[in-house]
Design a binder for this molecule. Structure first.
Ligand SMILES: C[S@@+](CC[C@H](N)C(=O)[O-])C[C@H]1O[C@@H](n2cnc3c(N)ncnc32)[C@H](O)[C@@H]1O
Length: 277
């Protein structure tokens, strides 16, 4: 990932949280690519749903129990924090970490509006978590690790903060064989595509960080029609012209179909083994 894209990720999500960046919000916001049920959405503050930029629903698949501690990497406006808080109950704790002040402010507003008492939101980077060693039962994350430049460091941090026996359930975009123009697109970086690694690399890097039972346990593939807005704004001029040509020729589906087959959302599980003396 280009170093200057990191700065753009930072400013894009600051802007989106503060009510700007209409392009990113229209393309990926509003829980468009997340997979929450209608019931879950109905029971959350509308603002948390509107400001949801996820690509899955990690809490739906994490076997979190009452009294446990859950850490959400890149918590955004707080949607998964609130789903986790309901699950762990009053005796449990939920911690969110995000690098964006406006996003954290919006998350606090949503968490307070929903009346949760067991959520703490901390400013920080997922590459250097403001969380004590061996202190959490679950790490969750929804469409964030693809945005990190140093993913190995993120996985090492996950290993560090998990209790022995603790587990990770992450929804994230993974990609295979992305064309170079997609890799170089700043817009597609912020939209969680250009920085994505393959499933095989995800698993290999998690294992290298010391985690076990690293596996992809689910996938969401996207229809070309779902992706039209995401790819249209990121095309370089020469491709945009042919894209428009494709539209005129009624072949839009073909182009977005080719692109859409190159990335998808994966649900990835890992565990920190207990150490027996
Ligand atoms: C695609 S949004 C997902 C937000 C949230 N998980 C959701 O489902 O709505 C990415 C979020 O991660 C944060 N973020 C990106 N890179 C980060 C990093 N390296 N450390 C901490 N937060 C980061 C952004 O500020 C933003 O809130």
């Amino acid at each position: 990932m280009h170093a200057n894209h990191q700065q753009k990720v930072f400013s894009d999500y600051n802007d989106a949280a503060a009510g700007g960046n209409a392009g990113l919000v229209a393309a990926t916001g509003g829980a468009r690519f997340a997979t929450y049920s209608a019931d879950e959405k109905a029971n959350l503050p509308q603002d948390a749903v509107d400001a949801s930029f996820g690509c899955g629903n990690p809490m739906a698949f994490a076997l979190v129990r009452r009294g446990q501690t859950v850490l959400d990497l890149g918590c955004g406006a707080g949607i998964d924090l609130m789903l986790a808080a309901d699950r762990v109950g009053a005796t449990g704790q939920v911690i969110g970490v995000d690098q964006s002040d406006p996003m954290i402010e919006r998350a606090w507003k949503n968490v307070r509006a929903a009346g949760h008492q067991n959520i703490d939101i901390r400013k920080g980077q997922i590459e250097n978590l403001p969380v004590t060693d061996g202190s959490v039962d679950w790490v969750i994350s929804n469409c964030v690790i693809n945005l990190a430049n140093d993913k190995q460091r993120v996985f090492a941090e996950i290993f560090r903060v998990l209790k022995p026996g603790g587990r990770m359930m992450v929804s994230d975009i993974v990609a295979d064989d992305l064309p170079i123009w997609m890799r170089r697109s700043a817009m597609l970086t912020s939209a969680c595509v250009a920085g994505a690694i393959s499933e095989a690399e995800y698993i290999q890097r998690l294992s290298a960080a010391g985690l076990s039972r690293c596996e992809v346990v689910g996938r969401n593939h996207y229809e070309p029609s779902q992706l039209a807005a995401v790819v249209r704004d990121s095309l370089p001029a020469f491709l945009a012209r042919s894209f428009v040509g494709c539209m005129v020729a009624g072949a839009t589906e073909k182009l977005t179909g080719t692109i859409s087959s190159k990335f998808w959302s994966a649900r990835v599980h890992a565990r920190k083994d207990e150490v027996f003396a």
